[in-house]
Design a protein around this ligand. Structure first.
Ligand code: N2P
Length: 342
C-alpha cells in the first residue's frame, strides 16, 4: 500500500470500526429551533463524540414522553416551572458544579427567574418571552394587545400555541390577572376568553407557525420572541408585539435526567454551552437571550440593540415568570383538556 492509502485505511478504521460509529453519543432533547447546529458540530469535533438531537414543542409534551417511559436522553431543556415538577418527581439529577467552570458567567440577576437559583439540579440556558407575530401589511392597524385574537377579519388565519400555560396565561393577562393564579373564578373567566379566541383560530400550533406566518397562511400567531425573530431576520413584513396587558417570560434550563448514560459528557456540554464565544454564537443564531454575562458583551451590535431579544426594562416589567403551581397544576390540565376537546 502507498502511504496515502495506508492513511485512508487507518482513518476508515477509526471512524467506522466495521461500519459502526464508536464515538460516545450525547442524546439531547431540546425545543425545536433552539440551538445553533454549528455549535453542535463543534462540540462533536472537540470532544470526539456524536450529538443526537431530538425536539419537542412544549414542556408538557416533553414531560408526557419521559413519563411514558422514554429513556436514553442525557440532557433536556425544560422551563423552570417544569424543572421544579421533574425534580420533585425524582426525574433529574444534581448538577456537579466542579465540572462546569463556566457556570461563573451565569448572570446572578437572572437566577431569580428560576425555581432553582442555586443551580442545584438545573443550569439556565436561554430566556424567552411570548407575544404575537403578525403580518404588517395585512394588519396595518395592529396593536400590542391579546385582544387582536378577537378580530373577525382574521378568522381562520390565527394560531395559538399548543401549550396550556401559555394560552391560559395569555387569557389571564388579558383579564388583568396573574398567569400563576389558582383562583378558580379568575380561571373560569380566562376559559371564557379562550372560548372566544377559539372561534377565530385555525389551530393550536407550536411547531409550524413560523413557516405559516412566513408563507402568509397565518396572519397572527402567538409565538416565542426568538422563533418570530428568526423569521423577521428574513422577512421585513413580519413583526413581533409584546402585549400591553402583560406576557409570560420563561427561563429554559438544562437538566440531566436521572437515568442519563453520558453524565460526564452532559456536564461537558453544559460547560461548552456557557463558554462565552459559544454562548454568543448560539444567541446570534437563535435570537434568544442567554443570561451569560461575558457572552452578551461578545454579540454584535445589531443583536444587542434588538429590542425583541434584549428587552427593555419596561418590557421586562410587563412579563411574569410561569411558576410551578403544585396541586393546582392539575386544575390547569383539566381546564386545558376541556378547552381542547370542546
Ligand atoms: C424554541 C422555543 C423555546 C421557548 N423554539 C420556550 N420557552
Amino acid at each position: 500500500m502507498k502511504s496515502w492509502q495506508m492513511m485512508l485505511a487507518a482513518v476508515g478504521l477509526v471512524l467506522c470500526s466495521c461500519g459502526r460509529d464508536t464515538r460516545p453519543a450525547l442524546h439531547v432533547y431540546n425545543w425545536s429551533d433552539y440551538m445553533n447546529p454549528d455549535i453542535l458540530a463543534q462540540f462533536e469535533k472537540e470532544n470526539t463524540c456524536r450529538v443526537v438531537l431530538d425536539n419537542y414543542d412544549s414542556n408538557e409534551a416533553m414531560y408526557a414522553k419521559i413519563k411514558a417511559g422514554a429513556t436514553g436522553y442525557d440532557l433536556i431543556f425544560p422551563s423552570s416551572y417544569m424543572v421544579s415538577i421533574m425534580n420533585q418527581q425524582g426525574m433529574i439529577q444534581p448538577i456537579d458544579h466542579s465540572k462546569i467552570p463556566n457556570i461563573q458567567y451565569i448572570d446572578p440577576d437572572f437566577l431569580h427567574l428560576t425555581e432553582d437559583p442555586e443551580m442545584h439540579h438545573s443550569v439556565p440556558y436561554m430566556v424567552s418571552v411570548t407575544g404575537l407575530a403578525y403580518n404588517k401589511t395585512r394588519i396595518p392597524d395592529a396593536v400590542a394587545s391579546w385582544n387582536m385574537l378577537n378580530r373577525e377579519e382574521l378568522a381562520g388565519r390565527i394560531t395559538l400555541l399548543d401549550d396550556m400555560r401559555e394560552v391560559i396565561g395569555a387569557a389571564l393577562k388579558t383579564k388583568g390577572y396573574s398567569l400563576n393564579t389558582t383562583n378558580e373564578a379568575e380561571l373560569t373567566e380566562a376559559v371564557e376568553v379562550i372560548r372566544e379566541w377559539k372561534k377565530h383560530i385555525a389551530k393550536f400550533e407550536a411547531d409550524e407557525y413560523q413557516q405559516g406566518i412566513a408563507s402568509e397562511e397565518f396572519l397572527l400567531c402567538q409565538g416565542y420572541n426568538g422563533d418570530v425573530m428568526q423569521i423577521m431576520a428574513e422577512n421585513d413584513n413580519i413583526g413581533f408585539l409584546l402585549p400591553k396587558e402583560g406576557a409570560s417570560i420563561s427561563s429554559d434550563d438544562m437538566v440531566i435526567p436521572a437515568d442519563a448514560r453520558e453524565v460526564d459528557l452532559a456536564h461537558q456540554f453544559i460547560n461548552f454551552i456557557h463558554r462565552p464565544d459559544i454562548s454568543a454564537a448560539n444567541m446570534e443564531y437563535v435570537y434568544y437571550y442567554s443570561p451569560n454575562t461575558e457572552a452578551v458583551k461578545l454579540v454584535g451590535e445589531e443583536l444587542r440593540s434588538n429590542p425583541t431579544v434584549f428587552l427593555s426594562k419596561e418590557d421586562m416589567q410587563r412579563c411574569e415568570i410561569i411558576k410551578d403551581l403544585g396541586e393546582s397544576n392539575r386544575l390547569y390540565a383539566r381546564l386545558w383538556d376541556g378547552i381542547k376537546s370542546e
